[in-house]
Design a protein around this ligand. Structure first.
Ligand SMILES: [Fe+2]
Length: 201
């Protein structure tokens, strides 16, 4: 059975970004619901038992038709949120270093150029969705709980949740303020580890 991953930091430790109540709702309610519904899909399709969520998403077109929508929405919701929590840290912010900084500056001219482009894409997502930094340096967006690996793309380095449930409690409709605050908690060390895994493969 899939389980809600615990956070490596406190619910109240990202206050420059979002407060304790929002973090609790987002993790304990929203993410938990994706986990519960993903488990229900697997219960209804026992041949999927024991497979990793990444494996289900990468091979989604080969799954039973009856499972595909559920895996896409709830498997995606579980995968996306699990990665999102790892992109945040109370000690985050600043800039990446090394190979990851090179990737970004080669593509966007400067770190600020990257921030500006990522912010523009975040504000351009209509309705609910996600923004991703891919290992080729591209910034892409997905709708709903769609995820890059289910579209045949590489595992992302970084993601930002731009569903209203991710910010409404603290920011109301001001997605731009939420995105601006996010940069202060981005865990670049974890993103660099994911980039190294990509480079090593
Ligand atoms: Fe979310």
């Amino acid at each position: 059975m899939f389980e809600l991953p615990s956070l490596s930091y406190g619910y109240d430790s990202l206050r420059g970004f979002v407060g304790e109540e929002l973090m609790k709702f987002h993790h304990d309610k929203h993410h938990q619901t994706y986990v519960d519904k993903l488990n229900a899909v697997v219960d209804a399709n026992p041949e999927l038992k024991g497979r990793l969520v990444e494996d289900l998403l990468v091979n989604i077109n080969g799954l039973p038709i009856s499972a595909q929508v559920g895996i896409r929405n709830h498997g995606g919701g579980h995968y996306n949120h699990s990665l999102f929590w790892q992109c945040l840290s109370p000690k985050g912010g600043g800039q990446p270093t090394g190979e990851l900084l090179n990737l970004i500056t080669n593509k966007y001219g400067s770190f600020q150029g990257f921030v500006d482009e990522f912010t523009t894409k975040s504000l351009g997502v209509f309705g609910s969705g996600w923004v991703w930094l891919q290992p080729n340096g591209e910034i892409i967006t997905t709708a709903n709980q769609d995820t890059p690996i289910a579209q045949g793309l590489d595992a992302p380095l970084l993601c930002l949740d731009v569903w209203e449930h991710a910010y409404y409690l603290d920011y109301k409709n001001k997605r731009d303020d939420y995105v601006r605050a996010w940069w202060s908690v981005v865990d670049w060390e974890n993103a660099a580890k994911r980039y190294q895994t990509f480079l090593d493969k």
